[in-house]
Design a protein around this ligand. Structure first.
Ligand code: ZN
Length: 262
């Protein structure tokens, strides 16, 4: 039954006290946590110089009937879901798919949240990093973290949720997509939307020697330096333009990358 002190020691053991991080987490394997997700977040805020997390909101998305070709989307397939779409606002909850921790971060009294209608981030002590985001460059905060020698922290999750790999893919020249979202009373076009991440765990064997890992009961915390992660992703894609794609034949975004060959 981990509490704040045990979590604090675990995060401290990563040795990243002066480092800004982006984090992804599933807290289930930690079991019952004394103090809940707030205790995890507080231990993180005490152990890193700044923390950001994706607080993405997928229920804002609209699928149009027509649009640009080879966009990894089935146009016209959103007639039912479009009706349930909700306009983005700054107090919108992070999608439940992201787990409870990003929502806990977003609700922290010192947190700032960006205003991208689908791909927002929240953070504490990370205003400069977060404010690099634009509608055109949704993953720019990750680029800003790389410049600051930031790390990615994965708590009981693998690289299939490692958003930073998406930005490295983009820098490697991989195809990006266009999506649409509701904001206020209009539909906003969101360019440079990343591809699918289900194939990302293939990075593990190339990055594991650079990673730091701490076990905590049944759970683990893994940290990877973003600069090295970016180098590895770009090397892999340079060698094989189809690296890190998933194998599903019904994956629209990976298939669109295969079609264009990049
Ligand atoms: Zn895929």
């Amino acid at each position: 039954m981990p509490d704040y002190d045990e979590l604090f020691l675990a995060f401290q053991a990563l040795g990243l006290q002066r480092t800004p991080v982006i984090a992804h987490a599933s807290l289930k394997r930690l079991g019952y946590i004394q103090g809940g997700a707030e205790a995890v977040l507080d231990a993180m805020l005490a152990s890193f110089s700044s923390v950001i997390m994706p607080t993405h909101t997928y229920k804002t998305k609209i699928i149009p009937d027509v649009g640009p070709p080879n966009n990894g989307i089935m146009y016209g397939s959103g007639r039912d879901t479009n009706k349930m779409a909700e306009p983005f606002h700054l107090d919108m909850r992070a999608d439940p798919l992201m787990g409870v921790l990003p929502e806990t971060l977003r609700n922290h009294p010192s947190a700032v949240r960006t205003a991208h209608p689908i791909l927002s981030f929240a953070g504490v002590n990370a205003d400069f990093t977060l404010f690099t985001q634009t509608l055109y460059e949704p993953l720019a905060p990750i680029g800003a973290l790389v410049e600051q020698d930031g790390w990615v922290v994965l708590i009981n999750v693998d690289h299939t949720v490692n958003t930073s790999i998406h930005y490295a893919e983009k820098l490697a020249g991989r195809k990006q997509f266009i999506r649409w979202a509701l904001k206020d009373d209009r539909v906003v076009e969101c360019p440079n939307y990343p591809g699918d991440s289900l194939g990302f765990q293939a990075i593990e064997e190339h990055i594991k020697f650079e990673a730091r890992r701490v076990e905590i009961g049944e759970a683990f915390i893994q940290a990877v330096p973003l600069k090295r992660l970016f180098e590895v992703v770009q090397e892999l894609i340079k060698k094989d333009p189809l690296a890190l794609l998933c194998e599903r034949t019904d994956c629209e975004r990976c298939m669109a990358v295969r079609v264009t060959g990049r």
